[in-house]
Design a protein around this ligand. Sequence first.
Ligand code: GLC
Length: 465
Amino acid sequence: MVLIAKETIEQQANRLLEESIIYYNSSPVGAVAATDSEREALNYDQCFIRDFIPAALVFIIQGKTEIVYNFLIETVSLQKQKRRIDCYQPPTGLMPASFKVESQGDNQYLHADFGDKAIGRVTPIDSCLWWIILLRAYVKATKDESLAKSDSFQEALTFILEICLGPQFEMTPTLLVPDGACMIDRPMGLSGHPLEIQSLFYFALRAAREMLQKTTDGQVLIEKINNRLGSVVCHLRDYYWLDLKKLNQIHRYQVEQFGESVVNKFNIYPESIPYWLTEWMPDQGGYLAGNLGPGKMDFRFFALGNLVSIMGSLTTDQQSQNILTLIENRWSNLVSQMPMKLCYPAIEGLTWKIITGCDPKNTPWSYHNGGSWPVLLWMMMAACQKMGREDLADRAMTIAEIRLMSDEWPEYYDGKNGRLIGKSSRKFQTWTIAGWLLAKLLRENPHCLNYVCFEKDTEAIACTI
Ligand code: GLC
């Protein structure tokens, strides 16, 4: 009798990740979003830029840099493809949400989706920000600057920065975007200045500054970046921050204040504080709010934006510690049976109807609306390691490991405590697999943490409020 040794979770994750790779003219260029044979593929057979990030980081740490190199090169050429689809014209610089290898006769070509095919025609703004973040990680790990310094990569960076730093109908230093422009790519009240985009924007600006050539044009961009970083940091740290002290201030805000030096600059009415928050906010801990605009603060907790803010040092050390303390103090809501909630709490009833447009995929405590996403594990690990709170990340990993492999690596989980596999969840979702593997690799190789983190910024032009 031949005994076949059972695959360990790590062996399985590595095998599945290998099997998800997409080849273009026989070279590896990316990975499909999921390999679930039981559900219609839709666009899950494509390589999403944002989904590929954890996989690319795993490959980088494992020394398999060829696939990441190819991915970076091919996405630059996709960025330059100018196509018009009905009345849609992707602006120069925008990176696609996803791409696919197609064939015509014996020839292969890459076909990109800039949001012109995506459900709801959402604009994938996070793609170009994640792309810059990945490029920096590649440079840091390989110590090879030639790719980033090449003319075509400098041009790609410039295109992105021109969109981000160009004039907009907007006074605030944050980036103004339409709804669903990031990982949450369905209507969820994210139009305006959602935290996820702002935290990626901040990280990407810092990463771009490191890689820009110091030519005359490069210096002009660096100066613009330094100006913008200073104001973004000020704005987010002060106006987005929520803890018990701040909640008390908002609770007692004067309203309708006019002039330059008023306290309640955005005219937030105390009555808009949701009741759940007055009970939920712990004595210790705090977080960055989900969105901020005139007369409107989105008080929901969004995990990705808060974790990336810690990783990029967008928050002060004290705020970063406080975010992790909040996660610890509200563990049963935010982590519970599967790390971790993408957004807390879910929106329900009439609010759900109005904000999501009655989206049946985003019903309360499902998918983006209070569902739990294991891909967030790697960001949780990175943020915890950076702040010396490995104990929290280890707890989260233990919870995830109990179920991920036997549940066949779902895309997301449903329910207040994340016990149910998501209703429409794909299985064998690549970023679930890569997210877990990356968290494990970061834990074992702390010297790789600087690929995905920044220390405090000392170059930005300081701004005071
Ligand atoms: C869903 C997610 C999005 C992801 C895509 C592919 O649309 O919301 O963030 O990129 O699936 O996995």
